[in-house]
Design a protein around this ligand. Sequence first.
Ligand code: ZN
Length: 266
Amino acid sequence: MITASIFLIGLFVGSFLGVLVDRIPKKKNFIKGRSHCENCKKELGVLDLIPVLSFIFLKGKCRYCHARLPYFYPIIEICTGIIFALTYIFLILNSQFSIFNPLSLITLLYYLLIVSSFIVIFFTDLKYGIIPDKIIFLAIAVNIFYLLIFNSSFLILHLVSGFGAFIFFVLISYIFFSITKKQGMGGGDIKLSFLLGLFLGFPGIIVALYLAFLTGGVLSIILIVWKKKAFLKDTLPFGPFLIAGTVISLFWGNQIYLYALSLLGM
Ligand SMILES: [Zn+2]
């Protein structure tokens, strides 16, 4: 019941995140201006703005001009709902979580804030090739604040993990640049790596980076072979892989890490 409610809240938060994704790169005011149809510019009413349901009832078309609505919004809404629900389940399984305990609620809020920032970064990078600084710095501040106040025994470990990931990315982008004379890893990826290390700590960040490089690498090779893209010419945005690796690592990182150790016979 609570999981379902959190999924529903996720759908609504997701529709707000979708607006952020669309407006941050265009530097539009996202607090004031209301949502409107991209095609006919007509302002959308309350009934047009119910997450997912509006899209289904309108059969994916604008009520006024019947232009196709982008799938983008319902996809973000559903992703946010699912990730919110998974985050809640993760907390129940991994801590003495009680919805009536204020400390548990703060922890839940903290995780939901951070995964929301991940969802914005994922889709902004995917759609516009931009990792917004504002979101990264905000998420870093929330992370440090939370660790300082509620989890100070882990602060150092998480800071070190963040700096470790950061230095690793600076090195990689330096090596990539000196070989190809092209900038492969953007500054956004490097800043993002610090946030992810800070959030996951060790060994979570190792699992996340491993998954990101594995999936990003495999997909690049598929694209190169399939579309016969010139190698290293078109680079995929790497942010979405980092975020996906981080979310998987958050939920299943410990299992993956222990499994990897057992494979190595440790
Ligand atoms: Zn319209």
